[in-house]
Unconditional design. Structure first.
Length: 199
């Protein structure tokens, strides 16, 4: 069990996990829920950020299907190196090696896929506040959040509907928060799909 109050999940931590194959978050393909949302809701000219993107299957899928302003951010260089190898046509200036909390920019949509749950839970309010700096009024944060109790075991760390609604409502209007039917089998019934619009 890891104590989130003492666990330093910095660049070295995540790079070590990549280099040692500790990538249990890897689904091997783009999230069906995020792909469906993009097809229904995201204009092709929208500026998109995927933070803590890992293998970034969603970013690759979006780029391949016409969303050319998709930006992939990760603190671990090996994650971005994999994308460069697999998709040499992906614009290098849209592959960002850095700390989310230091990142600057403005995005119409930010897509959440296993990033929030991988952070030290003490950083959750900081996450919401920084998202509010990256997303202009009317923009949207959308994606998947785990629905299981928040304990000291993780990452990934869990959370609840009440917690998410309370945290995000400081800067966002939560427009949807419901168990998704598009989860992969191991996560079925344990994921919320959420959409939060910047106030």
């Amino acid at each position: 069990m890891n104590d989130p109050h003492s666990l330093s999940m910095d660049e070295n931590y995540w790079t070590h996990r990549w280099n040692t194959g500790q990538t249990g978050w890897d689904m091997g393909h783009a999230s069906p829920a995020i792909c469906a949302f993009a097809e229904e809701r995201i204009p092709e000219d929208a500026c998109i950020l995927i933070p803590g993107a890992g293998n970034a299957y969603e970013g690759e899928w979006l780029y391949q299907h016409g969303w050319k302003k998709v930006h992939i951010l990760d603190i671990a260089a090996p994650a971005l190196d994999r994308i460069r190898r697999n998709r040499p046509d992906f614009p290098s200036d849209q592959l960002i090696h850095g700390d989310f909390f230091q990142h600057e920019g403005e995005y119409d949509f930010v897509l959440e896929q296993t990033f929030f749950c991988a952070l030290n839970p003490q950083l959750r309010d900081d996450y919401v506040a920084h998202m509010a700096r990256l997303i202009p009024k009317g923009g949207m944060l959308a994606g998947l959040l785990f629905d299981f109790p928040l304990t000291e075991q993780g990452p990934p760390f869990g959370g609840s509907r009440d917690e998410y609604e309370s945290r995000f409502s400081t800067h966002f209007t939560v427009e949807e928060l419901a168990i998704t039917y598009l989860s992969i089998k191991p996560r079925a019934g344990k994921e919320f799909w959420f959409e939060a619009r910047r106030k």
